[in-house]
Design a protein around this ligand. Structure first.
Ligand SMILES: Nc1ncnc2c1ncn2[C@@H]1O[C@H](COP(=O)(O)OP(=O)(O)OP(=O)(O)O)[C@@H](O)[C@H]1O
Ligand SMILES: O=C(O)[C@H](O)COP(=O)(O)O
Length: 394
């Protein structure tokens, strides 16, 4: 990477404003998945070991520029203290006099967590005044929030214009792994794209068709392609206005010699419900008033074989409605195939695919699970990430 990292700057005794992505799922005040907190630990420990005064900042949820009690970072501070094995001070504001006093009181190796930066309207507007107020707290800016790197906000982009700005270790690793996957892939290189909406994944499919050997399509978005092939898809998800584009992609794949793999069978249901009546049908036999909610077992076998023969696989988006047990089989089979493919480097991107891999207990058998949802997608689309662009060049 041509951007400076924490390893390239002197940190001893320095006040370091470290932007992390602690946007973790919460239920009734409890953190339900702490992956993102764990992922930031190496950088935080590095800063502590170097003798920095560590000021951590993050957003949580989308409070839209005002204080939302349930979105305070208090539970995160507690969890972080436990994970670091040391006290993390917590400020209930993110800048201003009180925070400055707290920063003044920091000794080398101390950690202070600021309040949710999205409580301030200037954050998402990338207001230079707020960016300056953040910058004033510190001598060095470290961006370790890969998950929020696609946002040009005051704490992810603006601040980098005022003090020396470098990447954290997680940011560096994410960019290295995803960057290598896309620019110099081991082959055969396979991308698996699933999830619900074609329109969200158009750019990524288009960009990947220039790079991969195999493109596997699953999830709800597959049925727009199935329909484009000329099959009846009943009440399955369809984005009518993307049918022509789906045909274009299939044609592009053919021209480029990319294997474009689509479902050959599906699990169909009479309604969208856990206890719906369901059955397995061939892809050209989806009944008119049923909907396809998962890929079928033959498709899962076909996809698993392609995965086993690949050297590099990137996966974004589940194969079916994996939240319901009846329709989780396809997603589970793909996760299992990835877990068992020992010679395959597997990169999981996107919140839902990462959640699925966790749910089926294959997480520790994947090569890399990205902490970025939108960020990893935008990266794969080939877009520049503002939070990275703003960092100092080497
Ligand atoms: N056949 C289907 N019909 C309807 N919904 C489906 C189908 N297959 C998958 N889904 C749904 O798609 C959703 C995930 O889609 P999405 O495009 O958001 O995935 P993602 O990119 O992994 O997630 P994220 O946006 O969190 O990164 C899941 O909730 C799943 O239930
Ligand atoms: O969860 C994410 O993808 C990141 O934390 C960014 O959150 P956002 O979509 O609310 O900007």
């Amino acid at each position: 990477m041509n951007k400076k990292s924490v390893k390239d700057v002197e940190l001893k005794g320095k006040r370091v404003f470290c932007r992390v992505d602690f946007n973790v799922p919460m239920k009734e005040g409890q953190i339900t998945d702490e992956t993102r907190i764990r992922a930031a630990i190496p950088t935080i420990n590095y800063l502590i070991d170097q003798g920095a005064k560590v000021i951590l900042a993050s957003h949580l949820g989308r409070p839209k520029g005002q204080v939302v009690e349930e979105l305070r970072l208090t539970p995160v501070a507690e969890r972080l203290s436990a994970l670091l094995g040391k006290n993390v001070a917590y400020a209930d504001e993110a800048y201003g006099e009180k925070v400055e006093q707290a920063v003044d009181g920091l000794e080398e190796g101390d950690v202070l967590l600021l309040e949710n930066v999205r409580f301030y309207p200037g954050e998402e507007k990338n207001d230079p005044e707020l960016a300056k107020a953040f910058a004033q707290l510190a001598d060095v800016y470290v961006n370790d929030a890969f998950g929020a790197a696609h946002r040009a906000h005051a704490s992810t982009e603006g601040i980098a214009h005022y003090i020396p700005a470098v990447s954290g270790l997680l940011m560096e690793k994410e960019l290295e792994v995803l960057g290598k996957a896309l620019s110099n892939p081991d082959r055969p290189f396979t991308a698996i794209i699933g999830g619900a909406k074609v329109k969200d994944k158009i750019d990524v499919i288009d960009n990947l068709l220039d790079k991969v050997d195999n493109l596997i399509i699953g999830g709800g978005l597959a049925f727009t392609f199935v329909k484009a092939q000329g099959h009846d898809i009943g009440n399955s998800l369809l984005e009518e206005d993307k049918l022509e584009l789906a045909k274009t992609f299939m044609k592009k794949a053919e021209e480029k010699g990319v294997k474009f793999l689509m479902p050959i069978d599906a699990v169909v249901a009479d309604r969208f419900a856990e206890d719906a009546d369901s059955k397995i049908v061939a892809i050209n036999e989806i009944p008119g008033d049923w909907m396809a909610l998962d890929i079928g077992p033959e498709t899962a076998n076909l996809y698993s074989e392609v995965i086993a023969d690949s050297k590099l696989v990137i996966w974004n988006g589940p194969m079916g409605v994996f939240e319901m047990d009846q329709f989780a089989g396809g997603t589970k089979a793909v996760a299992e195939a990835l877990a068992e493919a020992n010679d395959t480097y597997s990169v999981i991107g996107g919140g839902d695919s990462a959640a699925a891999v966790e749910k089926f207990h294959f997480a520790d058998r994947m090569s890399h699970i990205s902490t970025g949802g939108g960020a990893s997608l935008e990266f794969m689309e080939g877009k520049a990430l503002p939070g990275v662009v703003a960092l100092n060049d080497k």
